[in-house]
Design a protein around this ligand. Structure first.
Ligand code: CO
Length: 173
């Protein structure tokens, strides 16, 4: 296994749409292992292949005792709404609020090409949605929501264009 370099926000590769994985070979397994190691090394909870410069539809998520590697993931149903703080290894040190479903059902394949279905609730639903967005060239900063009332905001919080805080003060973005 090896650590890979994580691309940062201004890299145009992060804006490209990733292609479907069609070969479930050793090259894919090495990529997934490297992604997992890179994510853990960077204290992340999720990583998508385009973040290490590979435009293929594969993500890894480390969620407590559960780890996921999803190849060609696709959200097949979703429910509910939540607005929580998100960060991204491609945008280090910053965060922002994004509206996401509270429940997602995802169809994907494992590293051997076998069809699998996974469910994500609450925080895990956020992780899956965030990582799948990366496969479509979308970053969380494209979807910024207004922070919920009473939310903690500081200089590291990205805010939507033109956002006015509840104190009536215009916040620069
Ligand atoms: Co990210």
């Amino acid at each position: 296994m090896a650590l890979r370099n994580i691309l940062l926000e201004n890299d145009p590769i992060l804006r490209k749409k990733s292609r479907e994985v069609t070969k479930f070979d050793e090259k894919l397994w090495i990529l997934l292992d490297d992604m997992y190691e890179t994510m853990i090394h960077s204290d992340g909870v999720g990583l998508a292949a385009p973040q290490v410069g590979i435009l293929r539809r594969a993500i890894v998520v480390d969620f407590g005792d559960d780890k996921y590697e999803l190849v060609n993931p696709e959200i097949i149903s979703q429910k509910g709404k939540q607005c929580e703080l998100e960060g991204c290894l491609s945008i280090p040190g910053e965060n922002g609020y994004v509206e996401r479903p509270t429940f997602v059902k995802i169809k994907a394949q494992n590293r051997y090409g076998k069809d699998i279905t996974v469910i994500g609730r609450d925080r895990l639903a956020v992780c899956f949605c965030h990582e799948i967005d990366h496969l479509n060239g979308v970053l969380y900063v494209d979807k910024l929501a207004e922070p919920p009332k009473g939310a903690h905001i500081d200089e590291y919080t990205r805010l939507p264009q033109g956002y006015t805080s509840d104190k009536g003060k215009k916040v620069s973005v």
